[in-house]
Design a protein around this ligand. Structure first.
Ligand SMILES: [Zn+2]
Length: 169
């Protein structure tokens, strides 16, 4: 998001040269630059010891496709902590091992997605109210339920990374 008005005093910002960063919105009143902001989020593909993947149904996102665990990072939290917290909140499961899968820009929502594979023990889910349903789905079945594989889709990036492990065994 690019600021147009000062979040502190409310006046219209002007573009001002900020060193190497080029023109940046600036408040003459507060004498402060307001750099573009975006949300940092985590997305976690949760897998169990039987190579099954947790697929979530969240009707506020889609009734057609199923999601992975995802959520906003909160200030003071690392991406790793957010990933573990979101898996606990949404599915009621404890992550035993977290594997990093890079960061990915989700242009549609201006979000930087920090991607992880979260390894858990197979348990029944304890769902949050954000989740309408969840299922353990086989490795082969999961892609059929995921969002289409388009640029910016982090589900398939995670799935491909996990595939390398499966095939390597
Ligand atoms: Zn201001």
């Amino acid at each position: 998001m690019r600021y147009k008005y000062c979040p502190e005093c409310g006046i219209k910002l002007i573009d001002r040269q900020a060193g190497d960063d080029g023109l940046v919105p600036y408040c003459n009143e507060c004498q402060k630059y307001w750099f573009d902001t975006f949300a940092s989020c985590v997305i976690v593909m949760v897998v169990n010891e039987f190579q099954e993947i947790a697929m979530l149904h969240q009707s506020y996102i889609s009734d057609e496709f199923e999601t992975f665990v995802a959520g906003f990072m909160t200030p003071g939290e690392t991406a790793e902590q957010a990933a573990v917290r979101e898996v606990k909140e949404e599915l009621g499961l404890e992550v035993e091992h977290l594997e990093y899968a890079g960061t990915h820009w989700f242009a549609k929502r201006e979000q930087l997605m920090h991607a992880f594979i979260g390894y858990v023990k197979k348990r029944n889910f304890v769902l949050s109210t954000e989740v309408n349903g969840a299922n353990w789905v086989t490795f082969e079945e999961a892609p059929k339920r995921m969002f289409p594989d388009r640029p910016g889709n982090t589900q398939h990036i995670l799935y491909r990374q996990y595939t390398v492990h499966i095939n390597g065994k």
